[in-house]
Design a protein around this ligand. Structure first.
Ligand code: G3H
Length: 541
């Protein structure tokens, strides 16, 4: 049996899918949330095909798991209208609500989504092929993120619940919302990364247009009634449809105050340019990345191998933080490649519900062909596939390929492959690696592997000015979520972390007056009567 044939054996027949992991039924979403109501949808729909194929009489076929609305410009415009009205130039119920009351709404929402955990986790697994264990982790991490956000906001509010007196002026300084936020998340963390922008934007008092990612839409369906029931009408509105059809008009309207997108820099740039007054648009973006690992001559090879496998192949390499190019000192290259090939050969591949599975089918239909194109291009230009069965694919599954020696001019040297291909570049002088990062259009993170403190120190100083996080002897990653997550060049705009996100989705506003007896009296009256939600000194615990 060839390896390709063996690969097809990972896919099973419908009746063989374990009962506990099956979706109870296909999910056919025929409604969307707009202005506090679930609106029926009778128009065109998108058929959701799982990356998981099933064996049928006609061969392997991606399993249909449901459908969702493909709305058009009309519904998107109605959603924008609802969000604009709910914001009401900053006078709406939500933007003027006290922080304590907004927190209560978000807590209620969190309780409701926790009740939907099983449903959401299963849809996450079926829609994007993430292992069941990692789908659970994504859900739990999201809930933890929401609670951490609530705590961070209470902390921020406590710091703002006092008056500052400077040069005879007394002021209370708080953070206020920005307006209408257009929020679009990515397919690889469709719940977590979407919520790491949506929740802070929401809790700071903004109103939202929320477009779920193309792969990873249905899993949000069970949460829509929670949005409807926990927030005033028009605060959260969903939009569905082809992004290139429905988003441009929203941007051109000039009514979007914040664009938050985890996706490609190309799309982000195009969208930003459509806004008639760019100075009125804030962008919080998580974009392309091509994080490098630099394995110096003084590195611990087995640790480097272990972290490279995790860094480049967790969720099949479909993480913006994944290690997407590995520089290895020529003196270690052979031993590193042997170790890496061996480690990759031991990874368990199969269906996302299997215990201990690492490699699973890919959700983007074009991805196997694109990865093949990258591998063929490298081979044509002098590289080879180092590991046994590297790059062999069957339908939606691609076995990881280690490609060596990768060099300038190959697609894999610069393009973000976002999949299970590990390009390895040999180097002789560390300066070559620094030059790569300087010339790169990306600037998210880097990983340095070395046991020599002097060598590491010499790399840290130039590299912290190229990227936004230098990892020592470990893979690149976003977490812990309280750490700043950002990037330079085409990799990001703005900073996300539990705390930074609250700042990103708000602006400081202050109330100030000359400190004299009549103003003191006025301020005390307002504070004592609790007649303003902004000018208050109440402490949130
Ligand atoms: O896709 C990008 C994610 O933010 C990566 O997060 O490093 O925790 O996997 P992670």
């Amino acid at each position: 049996m060839t390896f390709k044939e063996h690969l097809s054996s990972i896919f099973i027949e419908e009746h063989e899918i374990p009962e506990e992991f099956k979706l109870k039924e296909e999910v056919h979403q025929r409604e969307y949330l707009n202005n506090g109501q679930m609106h029926p949808w009778n128009g065109e729909v998108h058929i959701v095909l799982s990356p998981v194929c099933v064996k049928t009489a006609h061969g392997l076929q991606r399993k249909v798991i449901g459908t969702y609305p493909l709305c058009d410009e009309k519904e998107a415009a109605a959603a924008l209208d609802a969000a604009v009205k709910a914001y009401d130039n900053g006078r709406g119920e939500w933007p003027t609500m006290s922080v304590a009351d907004r927190i209560t709404c978000v807590e209620k929402f969190t309780h409701k989504i926790i009740e939907k955990k099983n449903e959401v986790v299963k849809l996450l697994m079926w829609e994007i092929g993430k292992s069941y264990a990692d789908s659970i982790k994504e859900f739990d991490r999201t809930v933890e993120y929401i609670y951490a956000t609530i705590d961070a906001l209470k902390d921020l509010d406590r710091q703002s619940s006092k008056f500052s007196i400077e040069q005879g002026i007394v002021a209370q300084i708080r953070r206020s919302p920005l307006g209408v936020v257009l929020c679009m998340g990515p397919f690889n963390y469709p719940l977590n990364e979407t919520f790491t922008t949506l929740i802070p934007a929401l809790i700071m008092g903004n109103t939202l247009l929320f477009k779920p990612p193309k792969h990873g839409t249905l899993l949000h369906y069970p949460l829509l009634t929670a949005f409807r029931d926990c927030f005033p009408k028009g605060v959260v509105n969903t939009i569905y449809g082809r992004g290139n059809k429905i988003i441009p008009d929203l941007m051109k309207s000039g009514d979007i105050n914040v664009l938050t997108l985890i996706g490609s820099s190309k799309v982000a740039n195009e969208l930003k340019k459509l806004h008639p007054k760019v100075n009125r648009l804030r962008a919080i973006l998580g974009l392309d990345a091509k994080n490098a690992a630099i394995i110096t001559s003084k590195a611990d090879i087995s640790l480097s191998v272990q972290e490279t496998v995790l860094g480049s192949l967790s969720f099949n390499g479909q993480r913006c933080t994944a290690l997407k190019i590995i520089f290895v000192h020529r003196s270690l290259a052979d031993r590193f490649l042997t170790g890496l090939s061996d480690a990759v050969s031991k990874l368990k591949f199969g269906m996302p519900w299997e215990a201990g599975v690492s490699l699973t089918p890919l959700p983007e239909p074009h991805k196997p062909a694109y990865l093949k194109e990258c591998i063929d291009d490298a081979v044509e230009k002098g590289a080879r596939v180092v590991n046994e069965n590297g790059g062999v694919s069957n339908e939606s599954f691609v076995f990881p390929a280690i490609i060596y020696p990768v060099s300038k001019g190959m697609k894999l040297y610069t393009e973000e492959q976002f999949g299970p291909v590990i390009p390895v570049v040999p180097f002789d002088d560390l300066e070559e690696t620094i030059t790569y990062l300087i010339e790169s259009t990306h600037g998210q993170q880097v990983s340095i592997f070395s046991d020599d403190d002097e060598e590491i120190a010499k790399l840290i100083d130039p590299l912290v000015n190229q990227v936004s996080r230098v990892n020592i002897n470990c893979q690149c990653q976003r977490g812990p979520d309280v750490f700043p997550f950002t990037g330079r060049k085409d990799s990001a705009e703005g900073t996300l972390s539990v705390i930074d996100a609250l700042r990103s989705f708000s602006i400081r506003s202050l109330v100030a007056t000359k400190l004299n007896d009549s103003n003191k009296h006025l301020i005390n009256e307002i504070v004592d009567s609790h007649s303003s939600n902004f000018l208050i000194t109440k402490y949130l615990f």
